[in-house]
Structures are given as structure tokens and as C-alpha cells.
Write a protein that binds this ligand. Structure first.
Ligand code: XIL
Length: 332
């Protein structure tokens, strides 16, 4: 297969990323990875769970993965510092599952973020500081605090755990003079209620920080995960993107995939519909490229996808290009 590299088609627009584990750095998978991409996100290795071994920090697996990426000249995006999943519960709760006191949880939040951000330094170009804090389809999105997911962090600390997280990360970065972008990341980003709540949150937090800091941003970017399906309306994706960009932050498409099919089987029609939606999205991304830092796919091929049954990616189980690939390199 002599395929046009996706990263070359979009080199003047944004970075092209993918989600990886160490098993992607070998043979045909590595060729696919380095051939089409210039950036990686660890699919699981840099989540809070992985930062600890028996309650103590242990970044060995992370360092190995980053080294592999660096050896291939791939940039690394950090995913993720603060999340309610794949995280040790003792960060925010006691042994009985009751929320820690606000003070204790804040100490854990600070230690976790400071240690992690310090450890990786500028080996990452950006971090998802907070992931998936917002409820789906909140009925009253103007009230972003009331729209927050009832996570352990929220229960122990309160709604300002989000702003605190960004402030802690930002302090470390500024003390070291590093250039690392800080992101808020979430899914169902095409839902207009949810997008509004995220917009209100980032607006308020950034305005407060800007007032204290000569107009500087605290939250540099909003990550639109982009876990879509054939019912996704690309015009809603456009609306969310433009709404976020209007805040003056950059937008990252951080975990893109489009489910189409079941049980690992796709009809020709499903494959073509999937390709069409990818093309529509890339038209929108290209039009808005000045606001977009990167487009990251969530997996190299349908076989290794977290939603493998629904064949959501550009390459099939034999790593062969699907119509979706051709749609992306020529979306018009
Ligand atoms: C997923 C991984 O792809 C799976 O391998 C893992 O079992 C669960 O997490 N939103 C995120 C990602 O921010 O971290 C998730 O990744 C997918 C949804």
C-alpha cells in the first residue's frame, strides 16, 4: 500500500494524532503510526491509575511509552490529570467510600498534579487537566456548576476543583518557564446543552484568571473528544467548535472515532456513510483550522479500537485503508 500520509495532507492545518500503547510501536502498526501521524496520546498509560504503584508514584511504564514516541519523532499529548475513571479512589474518598474533607482532597489533588506535571515536564506539549466533568444534556446549562457530574472530586471539594486543578498545573508550568497547553476535555461535545455548560465554565474561569493576570489564559484549550456515530449531525459539531473558539481558546479534536456497524461487521452502506461523515467533519475542521491545534484518532485500526465491534476507524482489522481514509485525504 502506497498511501498518501494524512499528516502531509493536513500539514498546514493541524497536527494528526493517534491513541497508542507500547504494542503499537512495532512492525506494520508502527509503519501506520509514523506514516500518517505526528503526535500521540497514551490510550491508557498516562491516566491517574497508572501513576501509582501501591499508593506511591511510579512513572516507569509512562516513561517507556514516551521514550518510544520520542524515538520516532512523535510529539506527546498528556492524558489525563483529573478524571473520575481509571483513578485511585483514595485520592478523594476514605476506605468506606465517603468523601474526604475538602482540605484533604485538595492536598491529594495538588500532590497528584504537581508531581505528574513536574515529572513529565516539556516531554508533553499539552495536558488534559480535567476530563469529563460535565453531565450529559444538562437541562440548565447556563448554570454550569449545577451541570457538573457528581464525581468523587466534586463531592469532596466542590465545583472549584476544576479551577483549582488548572491553577495548580499552571503554577508548575510557569515556575519552570515551560510552554505546555492546558485543556479541558469532554465527550458528547456535539450536544448543544453540554457545549453551552462547558462554554460557561471555561468563560468564567478564564475571565477570573485574566483579571488577576493581565489577560492571560488559564485554560488554553477545549478538547472535543469526538466519539461520534452515524446519527451525529456535523452541523452540531460545527456549532460547538465555533462556540468554543469564540472564547479565544484553541480547540483540539482529541479522541475521534465514528461507530458504524455491529459485531465487527460493516455493510458497504455503513462504510460509505461513515466515510461521508468523516469527510464532512474534515471539511469543517479545515475551515476552522486557525482555531484547531490537532486532530487525534482514538486508535489505529478497527481491531484494536475500544469500540471494535462497531468498526469506527480509518483502517480495518488487516490494517487496510477503508473508504473513511480516502474520504479524509480528499474530503471535497
Ligand atoms: C478508553 C480506552 O480507549 C479503553 O482502552 C479503556 O478501557 C477505557 O478508556 N474518554 C476518554 C478516554 O477520555 O480515556 C477513554 O479511553 C475513552 C473515553
Amino acid at each position: 500500500q502506497n498511501l498518501v500520509p494524512i499528516k502531509e495532507v493536513y500539514q498546514d492545518y493541524f497536527l494528526i494524532g493517534n491513541a497508542v500503547s507500547t504494542s503499537d510501536f512495532d512492525g506494520d502498526r508502527l509503519a501506520l503510526l509514523t506514516g500518517h501521524h505526528n503526535l500521540v496520546t497514551a490510550e491508557n498509560a498516562m491516566k491517574p491509575d497508572s501513576a501509582y504503584n501501591n499508593g506511591h508514584f511510579d512513572f516507569n511504564a509512562e516513561d517507556m511509552l514516551i521514550q518510544m514516541a520520542e524515538d520516532q519523532g512523535l510529539a506527546v499529548h498528556g492524558h489525563v490529570l483529573v478524571w473520575h475513571q481509571q483513578s485511585p479512589e483514595w485520592l478523594w474518598a476514605d476506605n468506606n467510600g465517603n468523601p474526604l474533607s475538602r482540605e484533604d482532597a485538595l492536598v491529594n489533588l495538588r500532590t497528584h498534579i504537581e508531581t505528574t506535571v513536574e515529572h513529565f515536564g516539556e516531554r508533553v506539549i499539552s495536558w488534559d487537566v480535567v476530563n469529563e466533568a460535565m453531565n450529559d444534556n444538562p437541562p440548565n446549562p447556563e448554570d454550569w456548576q449545577g451541570s457538573l457530574r457528581q464525581s468523587g472530586w466534586l463531592q469532596a471539594i466542590g465545583p472549584d476543583y476544576i479551577e483549582e486543578s488548572f491553577r495548580i498545573a499552571k503554577e508548575v508550568i510557569d515556575e519552570n518557564g515551560w510552554d505546555i497547553k492546558l485543556y479541558y476535555n469532554d465527550y458528547n461535545d456535539d450536544n448543544q446543552q453540554k457545549a453551552e455548560a462547558i462554554y460557561q465554565m471555561v468563560k468564567e474561569i478564564n475571565e477570573r484568571y485574566a483579571e488577576e493576570n493581565d489577560g492571560e489564559l488559564l485554560i488554553d484549550g477545549i478538547g472535543m473528544q469526538g466519539h461520534y456515530n452515524l446519527n451525529t449531525n456535523p452541523e452540531n459539531v460545527r456549532l460547538s467548535l465555533e462556540k468554543f473558539a469564540s472564547l479565544g481558546v484553541e480547540v483540539g479534536v482529541t479522541e475521534l472515532d465514528i461507530t458504524a456497524g455491529n459485531d465487527g461487521v460493516q455493510t458497504e452502506e455503513e462504510m460509505n456513510q461513515q466515510a461521508y461523515l468523516y469527510a464532512r467533519l474534515f471539511q469543517i475542521y479545515r475551515e476552522n483550522h486557525e482555531h484547531i491545534s490537532r486532530i487525534t484518532f482514538w486508535g489505529l485500526d478497527d481491531g484494536s479500537s475500544w469500540r471494535s465491534d462497531q468498526s469506527p476507524l480509518l483502517f480495518d482489522r488487516n490494517l487496510q485503508a477503508k473508504p473513511a481514509y480516502y474520504a479524509i485525504i480528499n474530503p471535497d
